[in-house]
Design a protein around this ligand. Structure first.
Ligand code: GLV
Ligand code: MN
Ligand code: MN
Length: 405
């Protein structure tokens, strides 16, 4: 694939969507089948053996020259946020396929597995990293019972896709896996502002996610006096302002309430229930956890004061993660060998790499994101940066080949 073809492929996959006119592709949703079919064709043409594991991860294996060789994984995710761009996640998978294609049938003393993870964003079930957690062997079976808005559980979604949740353990990565590399757009403005094509990731910030539900009493909007109301949305609104203040107060903390569902949701009915998501991130785990405690306590305190019942459901508690120093060093060397400036940076976005890092040497390479726009249809990538990533990826594979010979 040329760099233009890599970009065109990402844009074509973006058309596989649950919603017309925008890109929305959640865990094992119908358009994921189309994405799997298209990528399978590309992977098979490049000489890979392809399967979908029980967590819905698409896995293409390019065998090594020898059966007992180590395996090296290149991957990212294939699910998207609602009304997404074309490159978040998908680009990392397509680049992996393109790198294998560029080997033109030459096999290495290490096997290469290209993986398109089924779920990273947490949109459908409020729980991110389902795919990579299955690979790392850290997917808590209790998670399978979580339900989406339509009442379908993760277990049922897996079965509906034609997969068998009883074989989830088979999705765990091969024991002779020596490394994981993820290409990803930066999703922020740093590289663009510095006019740099690439960034080598040193660490990924930690994340906490919660679902906070305020329950009051629905009642008539015209007849219920203000002093006798238990308005769930008004309580949630007070809390959301607290969330924003906390993030302004604590340096480097970012805090987002990205979704609010109000029931019954009518102009002339006092909101009886309000469900709000909370996403908290900070480079230091202790600071993130302290703010998580403070904000969940604040929700309860607001509830008591306003006569609301408050339920706090933790959905994610992911510590900050360092990338592997040795693989990172090799990646930096590859960047330098290809004559690009070596820029080392932390990631504020979450990635499958932060889940795999606990099990295998992990490194990430960021590509510049024009204007820092991501999680938005205007997300883009420059052709020359895609070429830079492919060159660096090939240089890293050369280096690993020499080390394995
Ligand atoms: C993934 O896109 C994230 O939420 O950081
Ligand atoms: Mn994303
Ligand atoms: Mn992503």
């Amino acid at each position: 694939m040329t760099t233009a073809e890599v970009i065109a492929c990402c844009r074509e996959l973006a058309a596989c969507s649950e919603e017309p006119g925008m890109t929305t592709r959640r865990f094992l949703s119908p358009p994921m089948r189309d994405v799997h079919a298209r990528l399978t064709r590309l992977m098979e043409t490049a000489g890979m053996k392809v399967q979908v594991d029980a967590a819905g991860n698409l896995r293409g294996l390019y065998p090594a020259t020898n059966a007992d060789a180590w395996r090296f994984i290149i991957g990212s995710h294939l699910d998207t946020v609602r009304d997404a761009g074309a490159f978040d996640g998908v680009l990392g998978v397509v680049l992996g396929v393109a790198l294998v294609q560029r080997l033109a049938g030459r096999h290495l003393p290490l096997a290469i597995e290209v993986i398109g993870f089924s779920e990273e964003e947490g949109v459908r079930f409020g729980i991110p990293f389902i795919g990579s957690r299955a690979l790392a062997g850290t997917l808590d079976p209790a998670v399978l019972e979580h339900r989406d808005d339509e009442g379908c559980s993760i277990r049922e979604a897996i079965v509906a896709y034609g997969l068998d949740p009883a074989t989830l353990n088979d999705a765990i990565m091969e024991s002779r896996t020596g490394g994981y590399l993820e290409f990803h757009i930066e999703q922020g403005p740093t590289l663009d502002v510095m006019q740099l094509p690439l960034g080598v990731v040193s660490a990924i910030v930690g994340q906490s996610r919660f679902l906070v539900t305020f329950v009051g009493h629905a009642n008539h909007a015209g007849t219920t006096p203000m002093k006798s109301r238990h308005d769930a949305l008004a309580g949630a609104a007070e809390w959301i302002a607290r969330v924003e203040n906390e993030a302004k107060r604590i340096p480097e903390l970012v805090a987002t309430v990205g979704r609010v569902d109000v029931l019954p949701g009518a102009a002339n009915v006092i909101p009886g229930e309000c469900r709000a998501t909370l996403d908290l991130r900070h480079p230091a785990n202790s600071a993130r956890k302290a703010s998580a405690r403070l904000l969940t306590d604040a929700a309860r305190e607001i509830g008591i004061r306003r006569g609301l019942t408050v339920y706090v459901e933790p959905r994610l508690d992911q510590d900050a993660v360092r990338m592997d120093p040795f693989l990172r060093q090799r990646l930096e060397r590859a960047v330098a060998r290809c004559s690009y400036p070596v820029h080392v940076m932390t990631s504020g976005a979450g990635h499958d790499a932060m889940v795999l890092a606990s099990e295998v040497s992990t490194a990430m390479l960021f590509l510049r994101t024009p204007r820092g726009i991501s999680h938005h249809p205007d997300e883009s990538v420059r052709e020359e940066d895609v070429e830079a990533a492919l060159r660096v990826g090939s240089a890293l594979l050369d280096d690993l080949e020499q080390a394995a010979s």
